[in-house]
Design a protein around this ligand. Sequence first.
Ligand code: BGC
Length: 737
Amino acid sequence: MKTDVLIAMILMAVSCTPKLGDSPVEKIVGQMSVDEKVRTVVGTFTQTATPPPVAPGVNNRADYPGSKEATALSKNQVPGAAGDGFPIERLGIPAIVYADGPAGLRIDPRRENDSTTYYCTAFPGGTLLSSTWDTEIVKEVGAAIGDEVLRYGVDVLLAPGMNIQRNPLTGRNFEYYSEDPLLSGLTAAAYVNGVQSNGVGTSVKHFAANNQELYRNGINEIISERALRELYLRGFELVTKLAQPWTVMSSYNKINGTYASENKWLLTDILRDEWGYQGFIMTDWFGADDPVLQMEAGNDLLMPGTPNQIEELKEAVASGRLSEDVLDRNVKHILEVLAKTPRVKGYAYKNDPDLFAHAIISLNAATEGMVLLHNNGALPLETKTVALFGNYGYDIQPGGSGSGYVNRAYKINLDKGLAGAGYTLDKDLAAAYKNYIAEEKAKLPEEYFWVIPTVEEMSVSNEMIRSASSSDAAIITIGRMSGEGGDRSEAKGDYLLSDQEQSLVKRVSKEFHSKGKPVIVVLNIGAPVELTGLENQVDAILLAWLPGQEAGSAIADIVSGTVNPSGKLPVSFAKNYHDIPSSKNFGLSSGEINTVRYEEDLMVGYRYFTTAGVKPLYPFGFGLSYTTFEYSDFRIEDNTLCVKVKNTGLRPGREVVQFYVEKPGGDSTRPKYELCAFSKTKLLSPGETADVMVKLETAINPLEQWTDSGWSLVPGTYRFWAAASSENLILNTNKTY
Ligand code: BGC
């Protein structure tokens, strides 16, 4: 054959090869070999890594053999990203980059032989974001995170985490939103819409019922379909219908005997067929153990990918155990999403996010989500000298550990935040704390994403307290660290305050109160601790959550009154851990290894407290303000809930209005009432009235209940409440359906 003919033929073949982004996905799949298809459904952690055992007790991803190699493989793209996809150049499929996580992008901040830094903004954690009850702010945070994702060359963000906070001891609660699925789902939808507005993807996780870290790789959760539908799946249903996340991450755990990633009913029948999901589903890192079952269930992508998975899938296709049609279907799901990614679109990223602008967004969100739990008038703090007690004041925790960690450029401690707000701090006390923390930290390993070492509280002598009491007020910080890979404990120093913390509160209060000076407690925690009795001892309690890198400034803005607190609790604070029904079957408490029975069924959080008549210490939906609000004129027009809310106090403020519904049917195993809508007013000036109007959600019907025959709007009279918290129902009206 003549050379020019040959060249022409090659050129023709090349130009006929379909390219992702230009050609229909079916055409590309049609051109792929089995090997290429298999590699498309397995991440590139690859070739060197060995999967971890799936046996119970494997909790710590840092122990996984091969995790160092994973980092090495990511080096060429975005160092520190959690995983990559397999590139097939001839079909225009690049190596897609996947990176964590919920509170901001997690990539390595420094690279070898490179003086540029790649810091990301640490935004507030999930519990704080949902405490804003403000989906616009959450969307703004999502948009800023998505901008960093795009500009740092990542395609898909592995967030948001949105599992139900079933029990306060779950190690990853700080990443999650709430004990209520409506609040979780609407918060997640806002976040996903924000991130994806940048043309990058999200991965809502962990689907589903990933409610504990202990034995997370093998735990079998026994859950009724009703509880699944109404609680554990409902938020995911909302986010799917309202935001179409590009990807969903299946969870490690089993549900009623089947791993989530091998569960066709969950992934295909419900998520895809029933809810209309259009993206693709990936496993959590090394999730479950049978790639063929995962493929068949509709778990499209196995992350981060292992050589065994590649071999097993190839063999399964060759032997006929896995139908190539199933593989084609999954490849198609993946490619349809990849076609939208910045990498396929050829976006030339410049590593240039506006970190300053994002810091302001982080700060605003943090102040909007802090919750004032108690105040006898001490806040806002008018006086100007402050004695700041507690390690966390000088070493604040912006977020938790694990994959949700963010490599930020800095964090603002509370001492700095208070100074910035014009307060003068007791210098000797501050110096003692700073020296102590520096000395103790020098003995500990350096902080990295998996481990954030914390220092035991400094012991403070009565003499130090006496001398510090020349300040006008005391602020005591109490903090907790938790993270991926382990749950918290019920013990003192974790769920309970430690003896040292109790003693500090007692002695500082005695001294300051004897001089008529206020004592304020600031909580730097990601999930509830037991606070029973604390408010009898101190004048104010501010729940700052894990507020992101601007922590100190955000807290100071609330303390000074620059911002009037308007956050409300997305989770109940019980008086006693054993008041919580799931305390009987969480972790090892049921005595059954590797199985957890969700015996409380629907009675999670306020659903239990309000139905059983057990009073929590601080109820779901509760939060104080520096002003007061009055509710009037509650009515329901069509399906819109309307109520007037007037600021009756002296300061501008925002109010989170909640609507609860009592459903008919007389089923005593059901919650007495449930959140069916919410809204946050704009900033109302003193005397100003807002006409709050919220349409009942239409993506799902919050009035339905799960029955043996599926979702049902049980005919009868529904009583609606306009409420300031789950325990403060103010006005009601009925409607018959
Ligand atoms: C976590 C996920 C995370 C993934 C990648 C897993 O250990 O459970 O939430 O996205 O690692 O870092």
